[in-house]
Design a protein around this ligand. Structure first.
Ligand code: SF4
Ligand code: SF4
Length: 434
């Protein structure tokens, strides 16, 4: 085993030891995440929002979803071409196809121009594509708009969090104390008061001051080029309408054959996460009017320009070269694998990468930054339980991908010392327990 393997093992062990300290950042997140994950997973079988349970809803559409995502992977280049064509010609979007993340970052900065502030809704894609790092490097102010992300900014929270509810770890008392410290405003430690504070102070800014906004897409229809976005707060609706320029950054895997597939993906996300998705936006053109003498003028009340940056980077190569992780391109971002993951429940945001918590984000880190990064993210904490595979609506076998990563890590001498000791015993004694 390499010294590096031992070093990483000690680093992770030190973080795990901090779980015993109830004031540590890891135990605070871990405790709340355990409850949230358990609650989400139990509510999968409850009939409290609709007549059918989330599990029944998913099962009803599962074979359709699997066939749709398999078809996408088999014809990935054709779908990308078709989608770009319709977005440009029919929808009047400005479309870029970036072969690499670096190219996407360059295009993004060009589109940003002289602007020094960007408003965004949570977008894992922007992190994945490296847009956030580039914005920070160029001293562009990033204004989060999803309340959870706003809270993470308020606390300057730098640890991996849960993308669906990134501020879940803060208590009402902590939030009002922070608001008092930052804005000198005294609030009762109640969720309604906090929400009302942001509605009164931040909403006018979102309605009036946004010049450039950034979102990703829940799905993009190749048939008509529509961008589908689902949300419950209304921030995405504001960011995509009350702006001059709306920039969409998305990996090409967000493309689905048609608009019904795109809405299905959004509904699957809503039903699995059991959130009340208050709004679904279908964006098929920049704002426009033809009310004066039939002449089409862009930019009436909504965005004057919609810019779409579709990013390939590793994706088409993964399909063509049949990489073991290619199936994550089928992912519909439903988060089931996070809720049911035994490692995630036990280790919270220790089992995570800079892209977010859980196995899929560790695999993302591997793709971008290699095996050592994945080991540092807690690769070997994966128990191999396969709950992720069993609950995934498109049957992605994350468990097997994690096993493949463990094999590679072991070959590279990065496996944890206790496992190395077992290996020695197996080879020497033919019995790991002697
Ligand atoms: S196999 Fe690993 S990643 Fe999948 S649910 Fe189990 S612990 Fe989590
Ligand atoms: S891997 Fe499967 S379970 Fe996990 S988010 Fe993607 S689609 Fe959902």
């Amino acid at each position: 085993m390499s010294g590096k393997g031992k070093e990483i093992y000690e680093e992770i062990k030190a973080k795990i030891d901090l779980l015993k300290d109830e004031n540590s950042v890891y135990s605070k997140f871990g405790e709340i995440w355990k409850l949230a994950g358990l609650g989400k997973y139990r509510s999968f079988d409850l009939r409290y929002l609709y007549e059918d349970t989330s599990r029944e809803f998913v099962n009803k559409y599962k074979s359709q979803l699997i066939a749709m995502r398999n078809d996408f992977l088999e014809n990935i280049e054709g779908y990308v071409k078709k989608c770009i064509n319709v977005m440009e010609k029919t929808n009047k979007f400005k479309v870029y196809y970036a072969k690499t993340n670096e190219e996407a970052q360059e295009i993004f900065m060009k589109e940003l121009g002289e602007n020094k502030v960007i408003y965004k809704s949570k977008s894992l894609e922007a992190k994945d594509i490296g847009i956030i790092d580039v914005l920070k490097k160029n001293n562009i102010e990033i204004k989060e708009t999803d309340l959870g992300d706003v809270l993470c900014q308020l606390f300057d929270y730098k640890y991996p969090s849960f993308t669906l509810a990134p501020g879940i770890q803060f208590t009402e008392e902590e939030i009002v104390a922070k608001i008092k410290e930052k804005y000198g405003v005294e609030l009762k430690p109640e969720a309604e008061e906090i929400v009302n504070f942001y509605r009164k102070t931040y909403r006018p800014e979102l309605l009036n001051d946004v010049k450039i906004s950034l979102t990703s897409a829940n799905a993009i229809s190749a048939h008509d080029g529509s961008i589908v976005l689902i949300e419950n707060e209304g921030n995405i609706s504001l960011l995509t309408r009350a702006t001059e320029k709306h920039i969409v950054v998305a990996g090409i895997q967000k493309i689905v054959p048609d608009i019904l597939d795109a809405v299905l993906v959004a509904k699957i996300q809503e039903r699995i996460t059991n959130v009340d998705g208050a709004y679904i936006s279908l964006i098929s053109a920049p704002s426009n009017t033809s009310d004066i003498k039939g002449k089409r003028v862009m930019g009436m009340y909504g965005a004057k320009e919609v810019v779409v940056i579709l990013v390939d980077d590793w994706r088409i190569a993964a399909v063509k070269e049949n990489k073991f992780y290619k199936d994550i391109l089928k992912c519909v971002s439903c988060k089931s694998c996070d809720f049911v993951c035994t490692a995630s429940r036990a280790f919270g945001n220790i089992y995570a990468s800079k892209y977010g918590i859980g196995a899929i984000n560790i695999i993302r880190d591997y793709i971008h930054n290699g095996i050592e990064a994945a080991v540092k993210d807690g690769l070997f904490l994966c128990t191999g339980c396969e709950n992720c595979k069993n609950w995934c609506p498109v049957e992605i076998n994350l468990g097997e991908m994690m096993r493949e990563l463990k094999r590679e890590a072991t070959r590279r001498g990065l496996c944890p010392p206790p496992l190395e000791a077992y290996k020695e015993k197996i080879f020497k004694e033919k019995d790991p327990f002697k």
